[in-house]
Ligand binder design. Structure first.
Ligand code: AMP
Length: 364
C-alpha cells in the first residue's frame, strides 16, 4: 500500500515514521525539495496545484491524506475524483474558513464565542456594538498560530485593526476569559469506528502552542467527546481530527478544529498505546483502530526557533526527543520532546525542566 501525503513537513514525517512498521510506502508532494519528510519516501517537488504532479500523486497513491488544511479546494476535489482522499474535501472546506466553521459548529449545537462576519470597517463597528470588548478580529482564511489576528480592547482600535487585514474577509469574536485551553483528538475510520484520546491541556504563548499535557479522567472529557462525535458524524469524517476548546467555568466553548494530526496530540507518540499518527493511518486504510489508553502521565514540549543539546534533554528521565530535521529559524517549530511520569507532580517537574531547555533556545 502506498499513502500519498500533501505536504512533507514534520506532520507528514511523523505519519511516515508510524506507517513504515505497518509496511506502508509513502509519496509526498511539497514545494520544498528539502522538506523534512522527503527522505522517508518518494517525493514530488512542486506546487500543490501543479496538474502534472497531482496526476502522478493520484496515480501512484492508493489513498491520499494531507498534513495541513489550506489545501486548495480544487486540488482536493481533483484528487478525490481519481483516488481515495481522507479526510474529505468537505472537511477541508469547513476547516479552512473560520466563518463557515463557526456556522457549522452552531448548526450542530457546539457552543462558540459570540461572532459576526466582517467585510468592512462599517460592519466591524456594527458587530462590536453587539459583541462588546474585548474581542478578537481574525481573517476568515489562511490564519494559523495567531497570524492575521488583532485583539480589540476599545473602539479606538477598530480602524487600525481593520487596515491591518488589508480588506480580507474576517470574523470578529468575543474574547473568552478561559480557565484553560484543551483539545480532544478523535479518530474515525472508513467503517465508522470511533476512538478518543484523553484531553490535552494546552499552553500557548504568542498564539503558538508550547506545551500539551495529557489529562486522563478529566471532568470535561465527556462533554468534549460529545461535541467532537457530532463533528465527526456531521462531516462523515475519516482520519484524525483535533477539536480545540476553551474551558470557562466548567463549560466548553469551541475555538476551531484541525482536519489532521495535531501538535497537541504529539504526546501520544510515547504517551498512549497507539499514537495519533498510527491511528490516522489505520483510520484512512480502514484497519481496526488502536487503543488510545494513556501510558502513565504524559506531556509534550515544543522547541521553537532553536534546538536543545541532545545530552541535556535525554538526561531528563523518561524524556524522548523528536527532531524534525529542519534548520532552526525564528519562530519555526524544529522539534518536540515527550515525557512520561508516574504521577502529576513528577510530570510537572520534568515538564518544567523541558520548558527551561526550550526557553533557552526560543527566539520567538
Ligand atoms: P487560533 O489561531 O484561533 O487558534 O488562536 C490562537 C490562540 O489565540 C488560541 O489558542 C488562544 O490562546 C487565543 N485565542 C483565540 N481566540 C480566542 C478567543 N476568542 N478568546 C480568547 N483567546 C483566544
Amino acid at each position: 500500500m502506498r499513502v500519498g501525503v500533501l505536504g512533507a513537513g514534520q506532520l507528514a514525517r511523523m505519519i511516515a515514521l508510524a506507517g513504515i512498521p505497518l509496511g506502508l510506502d509513502f509519496i509526498f508532494l511539497d514545494p520544498a525539495a528539502d522538506a523534512c519528510a522527503n527522505r522517508l519516501g518518494e517525493s514530488l517537488v512542486g506546487d500543490y496545484n501543479d496538474p502534472k504532479l497531482l496526476a502522478q500523486l493520484a496515480e501512484r497513491a492508493d489513498v491520499v491524506t494531507y498534513e495541513f488544511e489550506n489545501v486548495p479546494a480544487e486540488v482536493a476535489e481533483f484528487l478525490a475524483s481519481h483516488t481515495q482522499v481522507h479526510p474529505s474535501p468537505k472537511a477541508l472546506a469547513v476547516a479552512q474558513d473560520r466563518l463557515i466553521e463557526k456556522t457549522f459548529f452552531h448548526d450542530i449545537d457546539i457552543p462558540t464565542p459570540a461572532y459576526a462576519a466582517v467585510d468592512s470597517l462599517e460592519s466591524l463597528k456594527q458587530a462590536m456594538a453587539d459583541i462588546g470588548y474585548p474581542a478578537i478580529l481574525k481573517s476568515r482564511t489562511q490564519g494559523y498560530d495567531g497570524k492575521g489576528q488583532s485583539m480589540l480592547k476599545s473602539a479606538d482600535e477598530l480602524s487600525a485593526a481593520w487596515e491591518l487585514l488589508q480588506g480580507v474577509p474576517a470574523v470578529v469574536e468575543a474574547f473568552v476569559p478561559f480557565n484553560r485551553e484543551v483539545s480532544i483528538i478523535a479518530v474515525r475510520s472508513v467503517s465508522g469506528e470511533i476512538v478518543f484520546y484523553p484531553l490535552s491541556e494546552n499552553l500557548h504563548r504568542g498564539g503558538i502552542l508550547r506545551v500539551s499535557e495529557c489529562r486522563a479522567d478529566d471532568a470535561m472529557q465527556q462533554q468534549a467527546e460529545s461535541y467532537v462525535s457530532r463533528l465527526l458524524e456531521a462531516l462523515d469524517y475519516v482520519g484524525v481530527l483535533a477539536l480545540e476548546l476553551f474551558e470557562v467555568d466548567g463549560k466548553l466553548v469551541a475555538n476551531e478544529f484541525a482536519p489532521r494530526v495535531h501538535n497537541s496530540g504529539h504526546w501520544t507518540i510515547e504517551g498512549a498505546e497507539t499514537s495519533q499518527f498510527e491511528n490516522h493511518l489505520r483510520a484512512i486504510l480502514d484497519l481496526p483502530l488502536g487503543s488510545t489508553a494513556p501510558v502513565g502521565q504524559a506531556a509534550m514540549v515544543n522547541f521553537i526557533g532553536g534546538l536543545p543539546k541532545t545530552e541535556d534533554l535525554l538526561k531528563i528521565p523518561h524524556a524522548h526527543l523528536h527532531l524534525y530535521d529542519k534548520s532552526p529559524r525564528k519562530g519555526r517549530k524544529v522539534a518536540h520532546a515527550t515525557v512520561r511520569a508516574e504521577h502529576q507532580q513528577q510530570l510537572s517537574e520534568r515538564v518544567n525542566n523541558l520548558i527551561r531547555l526550550a526557553d533557552q533556545v526560543d527566539d520567538s
